[in-house]
Design a protein around this ligand. Sequence first.
Ligand code: MG
Length: 160
Amino acid sequence: MRLRIGHGFDAHKLVAGRPLMLGGIEVPHSRGLEGHSDGDCALHAACDALLGAAGEGDMGRHFPSRDSRWHGVASRVFLGETARLVRAAGFTLGNLDITLIAQEPVLAPHLEPMRATIAQVLEVGPEAVSVKAKSTDHLGALGRGEGIAALATVLLVGGE
Ligand code: MG
């Protein structure tokens, strides 16, 4: 059995006038994440972790922001496409662990729906996915609520 680990990071600014899309769901909040797509930094970190583990580069290589095809696309589409690439490379998902870093809004009530959504997009059981949330105790830009960041770690099994 061949094991491959990968990790990913992403952060986006919170701005007025956009829905907050995070972990594949809409979270009620007064501001949303800026970005060419829906700005979902959790799914972007997950995509980069999967691509990193598979040795397939990063999101910028597969979904370049200069390509108008990807403008305004739901990040669930990116994650689904990334999962397809990873399976095509001969890997299956061992597990995915995501940490969100946000001062606001309170994310605890939304973590299970995020987990279920991500598992569904990846075509795995929810036990293979974990989503946790932390604040920075008001430290730094994230602590001032200027944006939200996400870290993801993934284990893939198989491959050439
Ligand atoms: Mg991003």
